[in-house]
Design a protein around this ligand. Structure first.
Ligand SMILES: CCCCC/C=C\C/C=C\C/C=C\CC/C=C/C(=O)SCCNC(=O)CCNC(=O)[C@H](O)C(C)(C)COP(=O)(O)OP(=O)(O)OC[C@H]1O[C@@H](n2cnc3c(N)ncnc32)[C@H](O)[C@@H]1OP(=O)(O)O
Ligand SMILES: Cc1cc2nc3c(=O)[nH]c(=O)nc-3n(C[C@H](O)[C@H](O)[C@H](O)COP(=O)(O)OP(=O)(O)OC[C@H]3O[C@@H](n4cnc5c(N)ncnc54)[C@H](O)[C@@H]3O)c2cc1C
Length: 627
């Protein structure tokens, strides 16, 4: 029945203060108040409904996304929302759209790679959305290999301009979000050529479309690259293709914080590492780690609530069947994902601090922590997105058949989420960057340069020193093993940041105890999953492995009475979850049944096509019917 909390008996089992955990999850009391208010504002506004998305054609979906983006912007202006509130509104609207790239990449690229003068010119236009930007780096022929990009930007000293050109088919820009139909401007990455000399890849601000009638400017061939994976909401994003035919832009539209080209045609590399050209990717990778904890927590919330509702087998003398959440197999699949959601939340908080710290240091031309920041953002983006994509799929399977319904919210969550394993750096390519960072550290062991920060532990791996001479030669040969070492390094990071979180003051009855249980589950689950490595290297004995498995089962039993409260702490509205299986009141079956009849296929009792195809079949008139 509506209004009845079918999970009340679960919520009454909780052994901790859920409201206090909500604040831990949000990050602070202020962050909780903002999140709670904005999520409810979005959920209560019919203008942001999303339950009809799966019935729309791609063009309808895309136009509806434009409407929502415009409506969100109007809401932000009308309600005088702050930048923090506006970002939360875009988050809870939960619609992949050009705004993700405009705010998430175009603006950070200008802030990180533009001069003060360029920031003063372009940022006010972007913040007011008087221009809409995209991040045009990837090409048809190159994505991972940025230095392999073929688009050229040739300086013409006669006119003080750059000529942007797509010399080959494979140099066509391909994939940039928002590029296909909406963006008026791009940060386009191109091979800079000055005085006949190639100077590597740099970023350029290029206007793509008229601000009067939105038509592509001369020399631009631009469009959408077509349907993407599944019928999911990511098809609301116009990932585009763009070719330049000798397009001229003023010299002052090359982003010149890292390097400059003078009007005389002199190329000047300032004394900052050229990798600052990659700065926007560092920024986005750290936001993606926080996003992973959100996506995984959504899936875990759905699967946990449904696992408490679903009963299957185990009836004694006609009594109720067993809740599937009580099966040890269900717990051993679900609770490590619950623990991972919290673990990724806390490592994401730390990574946000690390990024802010390195950004502050860069302002003072202190580049000492840039390599570590790159390794951490690359590695944690790779680790958390892989685990989250796999985790969302596992949550779908944990829900049985109903997990495959769009109304469960899980298929779409998976379809929208999985490209995170590829965009912003393909996950294996990023792990190779971490491996390179680790091997560089090994090569410095024994020198005066002592490993510090997240690699300080490596001082204790003296035995690696003997193999360091081989490592340089064998990197390519050993890359598959080195990628595993990179994963292990990132897992150690996640566990250590969870432990550091527990050393902080954490208010609320039972809250810290619950987090300690989740931290131990996360760590022991990894030990269990990789026990072959731990055993073969002598780090643990078989007895340790057996004790760890026993302890895991005990920890699952400790989580069990608190599971619903732990996912309630995410404080997601039913609107944001978009899932009948994960609805707060657990009233699943009536809602599933009601939703089925809303499908367009049920608008008529006799389906369209019956008389043309089925009736002739049934009446054996098939021989004469025109197929
Ligand atoms: C729609 C819903 C989305 C929700 C998402 C939520 C939040 C996100 C918000 C917004 C985004 C929205 C959607 C995302 C859309 C996706 C966008 C994109 O995909 S943009 C394009 C991304 N492309 C890449 O990531 C390319 C990956 N490749 C690279 O980064 C480089 O090519 C690579 C692999 C690092 C190699 O670079 P290369 O120049 O060849 O250098 P080397 O490997 O030789 O290394 C040289 C040294 O430089 C160091 N290095 C490399 N990168 C960096 C860096 N970024 N920062 C600092 N330092 C770096 C490297 O460690 C080497 O150092 P040493 O010489 O070893 O000391
Ligand atoms: C949904 C989506 C949105 C995107 N949005 C944008 C955007 O807004 N702007 C933008 O510029 N780009 C965007 N991209 C492009 C994205 O950044 C690239 O697809 C990504 O960087 C991967 O590059 P690639 O496609 O060239 O993969 P590839 O590098 O071709 O990967 C293919 C395989 O080769 C392997 N591989 C590659 N190099 C090596 C190596 N050195 N050693 C070992 N294995 C290797 C990879 O691990 C992978 O298994 C988007 C992509 C997607 C899917």
């Amino acid at each position: 029945m509506e209004g009845v909390d079918h999970l009340a008996h679960e919520r009454n089992k909780s052994e901790f203060d859920v409201d206090a955990m909500k604040i831990v999850w949000a990050g602070s009391p202020h962050a909780f108040v903002v999140s709670d208010r904005i999520s409810k504002l979005v959920a209560s506004d019919p203008g942001f409904r999303k339950d009809n998305r799966s019935t729309l054609s791609r063009k309808e979906l895309f136009k509806n996304t434009l409407r929502k983006a415009a409506y969100a912007w109007k809401t932000i202006i009308d309600l005088h929302l702050s930048e923090e509130e506006a970002a939360k509104l875009r988050f809870y609207v939960d619609e992949p759209a050009f705004t993700d790239v405009h705010w998430g990449m175009f603006i950070p690229a200008i802030k990180g790679q533009g001069t003060e003068e360029q920031q003063q010119k372009w940022l006010p236009l972007a913040y007011k959305m008087q221009i809409i930007g995209c991040y045009a780096q990837t090409e048809l022929g190159h994505g991972s290999n940025v230095q392999g990009l073929e688009t050229t930007a040739t300086f013409d000293p006669q006119t003080d301009e750059f000529i942007i050109h797509s010399p080959t088919l494979t140099s066509s820009k391909w994939w940039p979000g928002g590029l296909g139909k909406v963006a008026t401007h791009a940060i386009a990455y191109a091979l800079l050529i000055v005085g006949g000399r190639e100077q590597g890849v740099h970023g350029f601000i290029v206007q793509l479309r008229s601000l009067e009638d939105h038509s592509p400017l001369p020399g631009m061939t631009v469009g959408d690259i077509g349907m993407k994976f599944g019928n999911g909401a990511y098809n609301a994003m116009d990932n585009g293709v763009l070719r330049f035919d000798h397009v001229r832009i003023p010299r002052n539209q090359m982003l010149m914080r890292v390097s400059q080209v003078t009007c005389e045609g002199k190329y000047k590399q300032s004394d900052v590492p050229r990798q600052l050209v990659y700065g926007a990717m560092l920024y986005v990778r750290q936001t993606i780690v926080a996003d992973a904890s959100c996506a995984l927590s959504r899936a875990v919330c759905i699967a946990t609530r449904y696992s408490a509702v679903r009963r299957q087998f185990g009836s004694q003398n006609g009594g109720p069947e067993t809740q599937v959440i009580d099966y040890k197999t269900q717990q051993s699949r679900l609770f490590p994902l619950l623990a991972s959601a919290y673990a990724f939340r806390f490592v994401g908080e730390w990574l946000k601090w690390l990024y802010a710290d390195v950004t502050q240091r860069l302002q003072a031309n202190d580049f000492s922590t840039l390599p570590e920041a790159h390794a951490c953002t690359a590695g944690l983006k790779s680790l958390t997105t892989t685990a989250t994509a796999d985790g969302i799929e596992e949550c779908r399977k944990l829900c049985g058949g109903h997990g495959y319904l769009c109304s469960s919210g899980l298929p779409e969550l998976f379809a929208v989420y999985v490209p995170a394993c590829t965009y912003e750096g393909e996950n294996t390519v990023l792990l190779l960057q971490v491996a390179r960072f680790l091997m560089k550290t090994v090569s410095q062991l024994g020198s005066s340069k002592k490993p510090v920060g997240t690699i300080a532990y490596m001082t204790r791996v003296e035995h690696l020193m003997q193999c360091r001479c081989g490592v340089q030669r064998g990197f390519a040969e050993l890359s598959a093993d080195l990628v595993e070492a990179a994963v292990a390094h990132c897992q150690l990071l996640v566990v250590s940041k969870f432990i550091e979180k527990l050393q902080q003051e954490i208010p609320g009855k039972g809250v810290k105890q619950q987090l300690e249980v989740l931290c131990n589950i996360y760590a022991l689950f990894l030990l269990h999953k990789h026990q072959g490595d731990f055993l073969s290297t002598g780090c643990i004995t078989p007895k340790h492995a057996a004790l760890a498995n026993d302890e895991l089962r005990s920890l699952y039993s400790q989580v069990r009475p608190n599971a619903i409260a732990l996912v309630d702490a995410f404080n997601y509205t039913d609107h944001y979850l978009g899932s009948i299986l994960g609805c707060y009141d657990g009233n699943v079956y009536p809602k599933l049944y009601e939703a089925a009849w809303k499908d367009p296929l049920n608008e008529s009792v006799v389906p369209d096509g019956y008389h043309q195809y089925i009736r002739p079949l049934l009446k054996q008139e098939i021989r004469t019917a025109r197929l």
